[in-house]
Ligand binder design. Structure first.
Ligand SMILES: [Zn+2]
Length: 404
């Protein structure tokens, strides 16, 4: 009876409604033994930009999560571990809920019909699921700890970490790594451990976590596309902290005009002055150039993407909602009869868009060929009935996909 009451309480907690909010979440850095290591954005590509900001095309450093052999079948597998018990306690509802947002958008579990083959499974060793870090060593302030030695052969596991508000009330940045980085692409001094991570401070915001999950799968921000200026207007001065960052740069003898330009266009400069505008900097290389007739405007800029910030992110939300002039980004909406530019509010999204889903189907495609070959082979060997059982078992072994 007691157990049942506890389960009900847990379920109720899991259904708590979430609020939409966006902080600075993708900072272009990965943790390393020597502290924080900058990485460069993927190189320019000629075949991207069809409505999603693809961060895993034509680059060795950021790739789609690879195929892993499991029970004669190959699946794209993301093995994850909670950083520690506190992370699990905080995120055990919202993390699977974020996976489910993607799964629902994709039309269900991985299959021929849904067209994708992506699975999440908790990393385990010695017969049980494991935390990423050894007990008592993970520090949420620094997001560092001593790697759990039982996961010595799982150093590529995705670290799912909770970073609560600190005692001064500072909220750590929610952030995520981009795609999968193979060991072969790492420099010798870069840490193998925890190179894939998702760090969450809004523990109940499943939509926010689904956005971070988009980065983990390989998506960049839609509003950082190289062609974004044709469809949105960016006003860095409306981002919280702009005045302070500008003052600090001027104090460092940077001429004001140059400082303003760099707070708009230069990621390391923004980071140097702790300016959240780094998550808005237009990427000269990524994605793009866009294939197609640019005279007609950018192709398929995806305002429905879960990867675009709403107009009121990183700013005084109420001021932006009351007057678009106070928003960091707004959608261009032509000109009025008196020749003035018109703008529209970019609303927060509650789920991945059709184009976000298309990205997943492109890079984590269902592999029907292999399944049918396996079926043919097995049919010859053992007959159809036994094969059905085999397939079912292998599905359950990978915890039935993204909801698992
Ligand atoms: Zn982001």
């Amino acid at each position: 009876m007691r157990i049942r009451a506890f389960l009900l309480a847990t379920q109720f907690w899991c259904y708590s409604v979430t609020a939409l909010s966006f902080g600075n979440d993708f900072n272009g850095t990965i943790p390393s033994i020597l502290g924080i290591t900058n990485f460069s954005y993927p190189a320019a590509s000629s075949n991207i930009g069809f409505g999603y900001a693809d961060g895993v095309v034509n680059t060795d450093y950021h790739q789609p999560w690879p195929l892993v052999k499991m029970y004669k079948s190959s699946v794209h597998l993301i093995r994850y571990c909670y950083a520690d018990q506190a992370s699990k306690d905080a995120l055990h509802c919202s993390w699977p809920a974020a996976e489910n947002l993607w799964q629902d958008a994709l039309g269900g579990k991985p299959s021929k019909e849904t067209g994708y083959n992506l699975h999440f499974v908790q990393a385990w060793a010695a017969g049980e699921t494991q935390f990423c870090y050894a007990e008592g060593t993970y520090d949420p302030k620094t997001a560092q700890g001593t790697w759990n030695w039982k996961l010595h052969n799982r150093q590529d596991a995705l670290v799912v970490a909770y970073r609560p508000v600190d005692e001064k009330g500072n909220k750590p940045a929610t952030s995520a790594s981009l795609g999968y980085t193979p060991e072969s692409a790492l420099f010798p001094w870069q840490s193998r451990q925890a190179r894939h991570y998702i760090q969450i401070s809004d523990k109940d915001d499943e939509v926010r976590i689904a956005h971070e999950l988009g980065h983990v799968l390989g998506l960049l921000h839609e509003h950082q596309r190289s062609d974004r200026d044709t469809v949105i207007e960016y006003r860095p001065e409306n981002i919280a902290g702009y005045t302070e960052a500008l003052a600090a740069a001027i104090k460092d003898k940077v001429p004001e005009a140059e400082a303003r330009q760099k707070l708009r266009d230069d990621v390391p400069f923004c980071q140097k002055y702790n300016f959240r505008g780094s998550a808005y900097v237009k990427n000269a290389d990524q994605p793009g150039p866009i294939i197609g007739d640019h005279a007609q405007g950018p192709l398929d800029f995806d305002f429905d993407s879960i990867m675009i910030y709403p107009s009121d992110a990183q700013t005084d939300t109420a001021a932006c909602r009351a007057d678009l002039a106070h928003c960091p980004i707004v959608r261009r909406a032509g000109t009025s009869s008196d020749g003035k530019s018109k703008f529209e509010y970019i609303a927060a999204k509650g789920k991945p868009s059709a184009k976000d889903v298309e990205f997943v189907r492109k890079h984590y495609a269902w592999r029907e060929e292999e399944v049918s070959q396996r079926r043919k082979r097995s049919s010859r060997e053992v007959g159809e009935v036994k094969v059905q059982i085999k397939i079912r078992r292998s599905n359950s072994e990978v915890q039935r996909g993204m909801g698992g």
